[in-house]
Design a protein around this ligand. Structure first.
Ligand code: MG
Ligand code: ZN
Length: 214
């Protein structure tokens, strides 16, 4: 019985996700569902990405958080349209939440829409929101055991940003092991080692984004 309820929720989520995707397509918006655990650096990465692309591309952001608007304010300072969603307890964004805020964004001016999901390595990967790509961040501070412990997100994502590379000298984390395990889970995934703090490796990420829009 419980399984039935869950599959029904996912089914209706899928329908609304398709509707969102149609809206993105009509408006020529490339939507990215950005996922990671809390503190992996999603908002900092978005700040750096906006700085890299601003002026060349129209950027919009949807911020998902259980509560508060700190992240939205950070991005708003960079002069891009931002909408904050507070899930009020839910640990992921779903298609309906995104559907409800689409009218609040100037979609006709947006080339790339970043949807920063709630910090959580588990269920954000189960809910499509109509995105063109799922991108995840894993900070190397989280340890090299995460891919095999939380396989779904690694399997679902088209890009893995391996963040906080600047901290590597202070950690005993095995970065090659992370890459090996991620590639075992997902042969298609593109891995970019980077530091949102120092900017190292972000050129590869910006190139990837530019290729999506080309
Ligand atoms: Mg954040
Ligand atoms: Zn959840």
């Amino acid at each position: 019985m419980k399984v039935k309820v869950v599959s029904k929720i996912l089914e209706s989520n899928e329908r609304i996700a398709e509707e969102n995707r149609r809206v993105f397509d009509i408006n020529d918006v490339y939507a990215i569902n950005l996922m990671s655990s809390p503190g992996a650096g999603k908002t900092t990465l978005l700040e750096r990405t906006v700085e890299l692309l601003k002026g060349e591309k129209g950027i919009g952001v949807i911020e998902g958080d259980i509560m508060g608007s700190d992240d939205a304010e950070r991005l708003n300072r960079l002069g891009v349209p931002v909408v904050q969603i507070n899930t009020g307890g839910a640990c992921h964004l779903d298609a309906n939440m995104i559907n409800e805020v689409l009218d609040d964004l100037p979609l006709e001016q947006i080339d790339i829409l970043f949807i920063e999901n709630v910090g959580n390595l588990v269920c954000p990967a189960e809910f499509n929101v109509g995105e063109n790509s799922k991108v995840m961040i894993l900070a190397i501070t989280e340890g090299d055991d995460k891919p095999l412990k939380y396989p779904l997100m690694f399997q679902q994502s088209g890009v893995l940003l391996l963040n906080k590379l600047d901290l590597a000298p202070y950690l005993s984390v095995d970065i090659e092991k992370i890459e090996r395990h991620v590639t075992l889970l997902n042969k298609e995934i593109e891995i970019f080692k980077c530091s949102a703090k120092t900017g190292v490796g972000l050129d590869n990420w910006a190139n990837w984004l530019n290729q999506r829009l080309a």
